[in-house]
Design a protein around this ligand. Structure first.
Ligand SMILES: Nc1ncnc2c1ncn2[C@@H]1O[C@H](COP(=O)(O)OP(=O)(O)O)[C@@H](O)[C@H]1O
Ligand SMILES: [Mg+2]
Length: 362
């Protein structure tokens, strides 16, 4: 059970809110503008020190306030050993993260609190740029392989150097050789980890999609960011003149993508809105399922407006799946009835109502 107690101060319209969530399913309902998404924002802030919808801190921090804070009692490893965790952000941009009495950095926090968000932005996995899909893949690789973050940072550092040399328009061939060797080394390692992760993710995704929407066959194809028929060394050589003209490196793991296809067509163009919602949700849920398989730990799912775009039958299938998992879920909806009646009596279920920034159970 990850979050046992939660306190939120000055996050959007939540001035001072405390709750003891269920370890499993929490349904947060209330009228438009009552503060449901703000509560999810607060939990996201606790796990990642930032909002899931805005980069501007003045939108996250309550108007007229200088800072916001989220605090929780956390059973990070699921062993029953609870530690306090807290995140404070100020309008100036400072972030303070405390865990078990110590200051910790964001990477450590992210490892402690694996958070998955499913909201209207999640459609971007299908409709948005490759950057979004790389972020999706890299969430999983980060939580699967401890060496990934170091390799990926090193790869980006070398890429930056290579690009600034390209921008100068002239590179000493010996210097180029040194940077290329470094770049190829890191790129191949990053790529190997991404490919390995996706090979594990695909069967999880297929099984979950079948649960949520039987009959739809989706093909996930990873592309490394360079033509794999040639070595990266050869690709860099072949594209060097063009890269020099453009002032940046056109091939490498910074261009990787995950293509999501249905019957050979882009899923973003073929699927209905509801089908898209199920596909992107299945992708996110597959990450949690794999995370649990590999680490024996649960994820925290923040699912904003679960029933939107889904008919009652598909909302029910979604809820039935969540009920089978060990994840701690915070699910919002406008109308309580839209998510009632789906749950078995044994499920640890908590209904919370939000009214003008205040919470009550029921
Ligand atoms: N920085 C802020 N300070 C105070 N209130 C805010 C801030 N940002 C948003 N709000 C208000 O918080 C309320 C709750 O928003 P939200 O949580 O998105 O509602 P919903 O319950 O529909 O998800 C809205 O009325 C919104 O205008
Ligand atoms: Mg909302």
């Amino acid at each position: 059970m990850p979050i046992k107690k939660l306190s939120v101060r000055n996050v959007r319209n939540l001035t001072d809110v405390s709750l003891q969530p269920s370890s499993h399913i929490n349904i947060i309902h209330g009228a438009n503008g009552s503060g449901k998404s703000s509560l999810l924002e607060a939990i996201h802030l606790l796990g990642l020190t930032r909002s899931f919808r805005t980069n501007k801190l003045n939108h996250l921090i309550q108007a007229q306030q200088q800072s916001c804070m989220v605090f929780a009692q956390l059973d990070a490893m699921g062993t029953g050993a609870v530690q306090p965790v807290g995140v404070e952000r100020t309008l100036e941009g400072d972030a303070r993260i405390r865990y078990a009495g110590d200051n910790i950095d964001l990477t450590t926090l992210a490892e402690l609190l694996p958070i998955q968000v499913i909201n209207s932005d999640t459609f971007q996995i299908l409709e948005g740029s490759p950057t979004i899909r790389r972020q999706f893949v890299d969430w999983g690789v980060f939580h699967t392989d401890p060496s990934f973050i170091r390799l990926w940072r090193a790869c980006r550092r070398v890429l930056k150097q290579r690009n600034s040399l390209l921008k100068c328009g002239k590179i000493d061939p010996n210097i180029r050789k040194v940077w290329d060797r470094e770049f190829i080394n890191y790129s191949e390692q990053v790529n190997t980890l991404r490919e390995a992760y996706l090979a594990l993710l695909k069967p999880e995704f297929d099984a979950i999609l079948d649960d949520l929407l039987g009959g739809l066959k989706i093909d996930l194809r990873f592309s490394s960011g360079w033509d794999k028929k040639r070595s990266l060394d050869q690709v860099l050589e072949d594209s060097f003149e063009r890269d020099l003209r453009q002032g940046f490196t056109s091939a490498g793991p910074q261009r990787a993508d995950l293509r999501v296809k249905v019957d050979g067509h882009n899923a973003s163009e073929r699927l209905s809105r509801g089908q898209k919602k199920v596909v992107v949700s299945a992708l996110k849920l597959a990450q949690g399922a794999l995370f649990y398989k590999l680490n024996s730990r649960a994820c925290i799912y923040l699912i904003d407006d679960l029933p939107s775009e889904l008919d009652r039958h598909h909302s029910q299938l979604f809820c039935n799946y969540l009920e089978k998992t060990v994840n701690q879920c915070f699910i919002t909806c406008v109308d309580k009835a839209s998510l009632s009646g789906f749950w078995s009596e044994q499920t640890d279920l908590c209904f919370l109502e939000v009214q003008e920034g205040a919470l009550s159970t029921g």
